[in-house]
Structures are given as structure tokens and as C-alpha cells.
Design a protein around this ligand. Structure first.
Ligand SMILES: [Zn+2]
Length: 123
């Protein structure tokens, strides 16, 4: 448990995360509108339900990168609620404030992130 951030700071991170999240969702709605390959109500549905869950169709229509980011954003929002926000999911240490301000959905501290990226490249 950490109380690193006061209520105002947490609200600020929450806002950033939600803005990013809705950005992804709206980007997708636009793609769907333009392509007409999918029923447009899928995207609207996703926007409506974005607070809690996504439909399978919606998730399938996302790129891997967007899907991954949405998951990370949701996790970060969850951690905010539980006062676990800003802790590295790998080593449990605090992620630097500077890093969180740039990437509020960051899961790992810089050293763990680098390690994971090095491993995924070599693997
Ligand atoms: Zn770490």
C-alpha cells in the first residue's frame, strides 16, 4: 500500500488515463465508420460499456497494440482505486513520478521495463 499521491494527483492521473482510453475507443469508432466493414453499433456499444467491459467484437477489432494499451490503462485505473498505483508490477518498487506523468499506465519501473524489452528481443 502506498499513499504517494494525494487525491488531487490521483484525479489528475485518472483523467489522463480516461482521456487516453476514450481516445483509443474513438479512434476505433472512426475506423469502423470509414470502413463500414463492421456494424457501427459495435463501436458505440464499446463506448457505452467502456466503463466496465468490452464486447468480444470490439476487442477483436482493435490492433494488438491498442488492445494491449487498453488493458494496461484499465489495470492502472484499477490500481488507482486500490492505492497501488505507481508500483512496479515486477519488482514492487515505486515507478518514478516523471515516468508516470509521461506514461500513467506504465506497469514497470524503467529497469524492469528495459529487462523485459531486452528479453523479448532476444527471445
Ligand atoms: Zn521494477
Amino acid at each position: 500500500m502506498t499513499k504517494r499521491f494525494d487525491k488531487k494527483e490521483k484525479e489528475q492521473f485518472k483523467k489522463q488515463l480516461r482521456d487516453k482510453k476514450f481516445g483509443i475507443i474513438h479512434k476505433l469508432s472512426k475506423v469502423i465508420d470509414e470502413s463500414k466493414e463492421m456494424e457501427s453499433n459495435v463501436a458505440q456499444d464499446a463506448v457505452d460499456k467502456a466503463e466496465t467491459s468490452y464486447t468480444k467484437e470490439f476487442l477483436l477489432s482493435l490492433s494488438d497494440a491498442d488492445r494491449e494499451q487498453l488493458v494496461q490503462i484499465d489495470e492502472a485505473l484499477r490500481r488507482l482505486e486500490h492505492d497501488e498505483f505507481g508500483l512496479c508490477q515486477q519488482c514492487g518498487k515505486e515507478i518514478s513520478r516523471k515516468r508516470l506523468e509521461a506514461i500513467p499506465w506504465a506497469q514497470y519501473c524503467i529497469s524492469c521495463q528495459e529487462k523485459i524489452e531486452a528479453e523479448s528481443k532476444s527471445g
